[in-house]
Design a protein around this ligand. Structure first.
Ligand code: B12
Ligand code: SF4
Ligand code: SF4
Length: 254
């Protein structure tokens, strides 16, 4: 069964596919998986490598486009994989998004997902955490993103990666423009967000506040300001990714 699912995942475009028994998934801050799918027994985790051309580009729209394309493929494939599992094995399979939608209610407010894909990838033998708090894959290093499906079938976990893949070179910490990685084992979410998602909800609220307090003639200028146009564009693109520094500088497994 695992091999049939793995082969299907690879055929539709995932670079790596791993499995985790639900007992092996340990992520203290995310909800209990049984609240996501009643009777869940295991997880299939798919990994997609980043495009080298995308990461090499100095144009931030090209970098972002590579990621958006991966997320779009990942989302489509999650549905195809879940449908394959349901049709072939008469099971229930529920897809987990690469990023959004996220729970926007307090206290998590969009920074804790329903399922932590990093902890899922580690449990599924697809890598280990590095100093940058991202998962390093033995072949693709940090240049990989994940999606997953919850399944109500009992499947054994793939063997964990036992090697220490992070060489503690500290390049990620030094390269972070937001100084968000100073404290080991913790990403300063707000610092990272300001740099990696400047057109996110924080940016939109700040702009709206300035707009509300401004005189009518200033408001006219504010509507034609490129900053407003960027926020407008972001409102239909969805989450934008403006920083990849901790991903690109990491030399692990390269
Ligand atoms: C919300 C979110 C963010 C938020 C908050 C991040 C955060 N602190 O969790 C912000 C906007 C800051 C963010 C930034 C980035 N993100 Co993000 N993000 C997510 C998302 C949607 C949810 C994460 C979540 O639930 N976090 C809450 C819980 C799980 O975190 P936590 O328990 O507090 O664990 C933290 C620490 O305790 C520590 N940690 C936990 N256990 C262990 C164990 C060891 C040994 C160590 C060393 C550390 C450690 O790592 C975590 C980071 O702070 C996931 C997708 C998903 N569904 O998982 C993507 C995800 C984590 N993001 C990803 C990426 C790539 C990024 C960015 C590079 C941005 C970009 N350009 O893509 C940066 C990297 C920031 C960094 N170096 O930490 C990838 C990571 C892929 C990988 N190879 O690991 C994911 C998995 C998306 C995906 N589909 O692949 N992200
Ligand atoms: S994405 Fe950028 S700002 Fe966020 S932790 Fe990585 S290097 Fe720092
Ligand atoms: S850049 Fe260096 S310290 Fe940071 S995660 Fe990669 S190998 Fe580890």
């Amino acid at each position: 069964m695992k091999e049939a699912i793995r082969n299907f995942g690879r055929e539709i475009g995932a670079d790596v596919v791993g499995f985790a028994a639900i007992e092996d998934y340990h992520s203290p801050r995310t909800p209990e998986p049984r609240t996501l799918l009643p009777g869940v027994r295991s997880l299939v985790v798919l990994g997609y490598r980043e495009l080298e051309g995308g990461l090499a580009s100095e144009n931030e729209r090209i970098r972002m486009m590579s990621r958006l394309a991966m997320m779009s493929l990942g989302t489509r494939n999650n549905y195809l994989l879940a449908k394959f599992i349901e049709d072939r094995f008469r099971a229930k399979a529920a897809p987990i998004a690469p990023s959004f939608p996220l729970n926007m209610a307090a206290p998590v407010m969009g920074v804790v997902a329903d399922l932590s894909l990093r902890h899922a990838a580690v449990a599924a033998g697809l890598g280990v955490f590095g100093r940058h708090n991202l998962v390093i894959h033995p072949r693709y290093g940090t240049r990989i993103i994940f999606t997953a499906c919850l399944i109500n079938l009992p499947l054994e976990s793939d063997p964990p990666v036992r090697d220490e893949l992070c060489n503690q070179c500290n390049l990620c910490v030094e390269a972070c423009p937001a100084k968000a990685l100073e404290e080991e084992g913790k990403t300063d979410v707000m610092k990272c967000l300001r740099v990696s998602q400047p057109n996110g909800i924080g940016g939109a609220i700040a702009y709206a506040k300035k707009f509300i307090g401004a005189a009518p003639e200033t408001q006219k200028e504010q509507i034609l300001n490129p900053r407003f146009l960027e926020l407008y564009q972001a409102s239909f693109i969805g989450f934008e990714y403006h920083c990849f520094q901790c991903v690109t500088v990491c030399p692990a497994c390269r």
